[in-house]
Every structure is written in structure tokens, then in C-alpha cells.
Ligand binder design. Sequence first.
Ligand SMILES: C[S@@+](CC[C@H](N)C(=O)[O-])C[C@H]1O[C@@H](n2cnc3c(N)ncnc32)[C@H](O)[C@@H]1O
Length: 226
Amino acid sequence: MPRTETGVQPGEPPEPKDLRPWGVVAADLPDPSTGRIGPDFFFPGRDTSRPFELEIGSGKGTFLVQEAATRAGSDFLGVEYAGEFFRHAADRVRRRGMAHVRLLYADAVEFVRHWVADGCVSVVHLYFSDPWPKKRHHKRRVVQLDTLAEFHRVLRPAGELRLVTDHPDLWAWYEERVPQVAHLFERRPFERPASAGEGEVVGTNFERKYRREGRPFHAMTLVRRG
Ligand SMILES: C[S@@+](CC[C@H](N)C(=O)[O-])C[C@H]1O[C@@H](n2cnc3c(N)ncnc32)[C@H](O)[C@@H]1O
């Protein structure tokens, strides 16, 4: 069972019956041996020209609902493995009746690795990812050389991986790995999304909390080569 650093244990999968179709649980996914899936799985009958964006670790869904409200022309999937946060975010989307936003209760790294089809994602958002500061836990960090290769695989050409953190060690970890995948990604400055508030980098829940504490933030965008 995955664990989080946020004090919320994943626990049992939430009862999905009231959250469908806004909330999907990993058990709803097809057996990966039957082939990979694209955005149509979450948005049946969608116009295939619509961009599909993935947020990893969407927490309470603040960024997702804010950003999706400004961009009705894109489809968004938030992946969250803490049950309480998943339920909270899916419920926010349900209450707003957002047909272009879905939440998935799953380990996002496993989901990307085993389920997501090649070249179908326009943007991967990864904001305030758990830093796992102890050395023996570094392997739990979302960004690893192999996950960067997976993000490259699922992104469309010129698709983006967008990273923001407050954590100096995690930022150093990113800075160390990015040159090692320079053949896969070009590094560019981070551009604030349309939904960010005054003075915000991206405007997630954690950013707002840490901003009150006066923490500085670090951000970059990696653009898929090839
Ligand atoms: C520090 S919180 C940040 C939440 C949100 N992005 C924000 O900035 O407010 C990190 C979130 O990522 C989730 N998370 C961490 N690793 C994950 C993974 N591999 N798959 C899905 N969710 C993950 C945690 O459960 C937690 O909700």
C-alpha cells in the first residue's frame, strides 16, 4: 500500500458509487495486459483533438478545478493515491459538474508506467511533490530517471512536464537529473498558468500554505524533444 508524507494514509478505496464518473478507482482500469489506455477511457466519445493533461498528486484538487475552469477546451485527469484527498477532489469536480475533469485513485507512477498510451498527454503537472527527505526513501520520489523516460513516452511531441517545489533537496534532485535526460527534454523557464492568483507560481493548496510561511519556490518546465 503506498504511503504519503502528508499525514493522510491512503486507507481503503473510497466508495466510488457516488463519485462516478468524476472519480475513478484503479480497480476500474482494464487489465494492462489488454493494452494501454488513452484519454477516451476517462472521457468517452471526446473530440480527439482536445489536449489531455495529467496532474500527479492533485491533493484536494485546488489547481485542477481552478485551471480547468479557465480552459474548457482541454481535458484534465488528476491522479491521487491518498483516499481522503481523492474523494475531496472528485467531490469538488462533481459539485461543479465539470465534464472535462476526472480524478483517478491510483499510484500515478504505476498508472503512467503500465496504463498510459504513448504520446497522448499534452502536459504533466507535478506540483509540490512529496520530497521524501530521508535517503532510504529517495526511491519513492516521483521523479526518477526511469519515470522521466516514462513521462517522455506518454507526452506528445513538444508536450510539457511542469515542476514546482519549495523543497531545496528535491529541487537539487531535479537539477541533478535534468541534465541526464537532456536528450529527452529541453529545459525552459516555468510560465505561470492562467489560473494562478496574484503573486502565485501555480496556486496549489500547498503553495498557499507554504507562502504564508514565507518559503521560496523553484519551478521549471521540461519540453519533450522528438
Ligand atoms: C505535498 S502534496 C501536494 C498536493 C498538491 N499538488 C498541492 O500542491 O497542493 C503531494 C500529494 O501527492 C500525492 N502523491 C504523492 N505521490 C503520489 C503518487 N505516486 N501517485 C499519486 N499521488 C501521489 C500525495 O498523496 C499528496 O496528496
